[in-house]
Design a binder for this molecule. Sequence first.
Ligand code: COA
Length: 184
Amino acid sequence: METLRTERLALRPMTMDDAEDLAERRSDTSTAQYQAWRAPYPVERAKELIADVTSRPGPLPGHWYQLAVVRLRDDRVLGDVAIWLSENGRTAEVGFTLHPWARGHYYATEATARLVDYAVFDLGVHRVEASTHPHNISSIKVLERIGFIHEGVRRERYWVEDEVSDDAMYAILDREWRIRRAQD
Ligand SMILES: CC(C)(COP(=O)(O)OP(=O)(O)OC[C@H]1O[C@@H](n2cnc3c(N)ncnc32)[C@H](O)[C@@H]1OP(=O)(O)O)[C@@H](O)C(=O)NCCC(=O)NCCS
């Protein structure tokens, strides 16, 4: 898949050189708190994830595809975004993570908006979803800032090992996204 660009960022396919950085990011407890993995996150696991993702040419139905978020001005990897496609390709789900030191600059908002652009305008997706822990306020703010609508909470749906939590559902439809983008 080609690199996606914004004013400050490049969203590019990962390579094995990203493995240590990915493991470090996922090992941070503030990052892992509401995620599907437990810290620490071994570098071997990061390598497996990257090998799996890069075995595909880009987002394919039924799979997640991760992209590294790189700051253009110094080429530093700030974090990653991910996109999942439903079997019929009509629905996408997105996720986003930044290193703690990269937070507080609207990078996650900028990167996620670019990924939604890609989903809607390039992939032709009808609906883009995101789900998050109801206490994950930073994540909810990113989603609401770019126009995702809160659709409800699925009770005790999200499992991490043997711990379950509620799952807050957010989504935006392609026509809603097009209207927002036309107003930008
Ligand atoms: C979710 C996550 C990516 C959000 O990161 P973030 O830095 O808060 O979001 P952005 O990069 O869009 O930055 C926006 C924030 O920067 C703040 N900001 C921007 N410029 C600023 C400045 N000059 N001074 C102070 N704050 C500033 C904004 O006010 C905003 O904070 P707010 O949402 O509290 O109002 C981050 O918390 C994270 O990686 N969490 C762990 C992984 C995770 O939970 N991912 C979500 C899974 S669904």
